[in-house]
Design a protein around this ligand. Structure first.
Ligand SMILES: [Zn+2]
Ligand SMILES: [Zn+2]
Length: 92
């Protein structure tokens, strides 16, 4: 997972690990540390807003769009899965 960069897909602003986001339950946390899930009530946020007071653009984007390089990782995993053929024990 080293080649994944998190940044706003609209303005390229990069979150710095601060708890900028607030859930409707009042919890403030870094949404990228939990994959958009509120650590308090468990609500998963499909869209994430860019943080304007930290230098961002204030626009909403799907949470997964913030992960640059994720497509490559998924493709690589698919390749690895394709190469590993799991056979039932009785065929050995
Ligand atoms: Zn919550
Ligand atoms: Zn932005």
């Amino acid at each position: 997972m080293d080649n994944i960069h998190i940044r706003c897909p609209k303005c390229q602003w990069e979150p710095d690990g601060q708890p900028y986001w607030q859930c409707t339950c009042g919890t403030m946390w870094d949404t990228f540390s939990t994959g958009a899930r509120c650590p308090h009530c468990g609500k998963v946020w499909e869209k994430t807003q860019c943080v304007i007071h930290a230098g961002g653009c204030n626009k909403w984007s799907p949470h997964l769009d913030w992960y640059e390089g994720l497509d490559d990782v998924v493709e690589k995993l698919k390749e690895e899965i394709k190469e590993s053929w799991l056979v039932p024990a009785f065929e050995r």
